[in-house]
Design a protein around this ligand. Structure first.
Ligand code: ATP
Length: 322
């Protein structure tokens, strides 16, 4: 549905987005995930039309968007900072774009009502932005975007300014909203958990380059690069015969003593995290993290300095590139 073909962006001669080719499917929830400065926002702004690619093309449903201004593209952008009009009520904020498009009044009203109901804002429609919490303001921004019924919604860290609990609530709401609307979402975040929870596919970016594209499950189970292996979830990285491997902590087992173990070492630290214990083990030359499910039949604590054997199945080793 959206096709980026060899899209690149340079600022003052510096490459901030390396050549990128990507097809985003209709109805897909696609997330650009990466650390600050990796080029996520720039990609979103190019799709929205606020930035021109230095090279390459962007197509929407086969039509070349590259030189169309933002208001002629059938998509809407939601920012981290809600950018609501302070002197307008919630319903006027939501209706604003529809008025600009000169939709018939009845149609405007129906769309506002629908967007307000979907974002659970019905009791708040007469309020002004300063009378709303951050989460409610962000809901208004989302309602305003969906009232336009765009083919694509672009969301740039829309939950980034909210506290953890509110973010978690809105994450589930967003996912639900996207499913029921069937709109394609292109979402930007640096929060790997958020990306894993929401997305159909994730594009992992680093330094302006794509590290990996895949479903959350593929990225977790089969990271292809060192960066994606360590950016999403925890991993133990080690090399053997000149190759680099990653093994997830929960795939390791720790046994007391060292007899018969694949590798042996010493407990460096013990972290109790409720449902699991984590052992940090000094293994040969490398510290490894072992997550151990709480064992109700063995309540002996692990002690720092204790000798420990560590084992895992070789099928849980993932070969990664550097
Ligand atoms: P964040 O999560 O912090 O928003 P990001 O991954 O979205 O980061 P971008 O905002 O896309 O990153 O920025 C990518 C790089 O491009 C950064 O190094 C940034 O400084 C640079 N950059 C962005 N906009 C401009 C501009 N208008 N002029 C010059 N450099 C820019």
């Amino acid at each position: 549905m959206i096709e980026l073909s060899g899209v690149e962006k340079h600022f003052q001669g510096q490459v901030v987005v390396h050549p990128l080719s990507l097809t985003i499917k209709e109805g897909e929830f696609l997330t650009l995930l990466g650390p600050s400065g990796c080029g996520k926002t720039t990609i979103l702004r190019m799709i929205a039309g606020f930035e021109q690619p230095t090279k390459g093309k962007i197509l929407l449903d086969g039509a070349d968007l590259t030189s169309l201004p933002p208001n002629r593209r059938d998509l809407n952008l939601v920012f981290q900072h809600y950018a609501l009009f302070p002197h307008m009520t919630v319903e006027d904020n939501i209706a604003f774009g529809l008025k600009m498009k000169k939709l018939p009044a009845k149609e405007q009203q129906a769309r506002v009502e629908e967007a307000v109901a979907m974002t659970q804002l019905t009791p708040l429609v007469k309020r002004y932005p300063h009378q709303l919490s951050g989460g409610q303001q962000q809901r208004v921004a989302i309602a305003r975007a969906i009232a336009n019924k765009p083919k694509v919604l672009l969301l740039d860290e829309p939950l980034g300014a909210l506290d953890l609990q509110l973010r978690k609530n809105l994450q589930s709401e967003l996912k639900h909203l996207q499913r029921s609307l069937g709109i394609t979402f292109v979402y930007v975040t640096h929060d790997q958990e958020e990306a894993m929870m929401l997305s159909d596919r994730i594009v992992i970016m680093n330094g302006g380059k794509v590290e990996q594209i895949g479903t959350p499950r593929e990225i977790y189970a089969k990271p292809t690069t060192l960066f994606s292996a360590t950016f999403v979830g925890e991993n133990n990285i080690f090399s053997q015969d000149g190759r680099l491997f990653a093994v997830r902590p929960e795939k390791l087992v720790a046994v007391r003593g060292t007899e018969g173990a694949k590798r042996t070492g010493e407990v460096l630290d013990v972290l109790y995290l409720g449902s699991i214990h984590k052992l940090i083990v000094q293994l040969d030359d490398e510290p490894m993290t072992v997550s151990i499910a709480f064992d109700f039949t063995d309540d002996r604590p692990w002690n720092v300095g204790e000798k420990v054997g560590v084992a895992w199945n070789s099928e849980d080793e993932v070969v990664i590139g550097s």
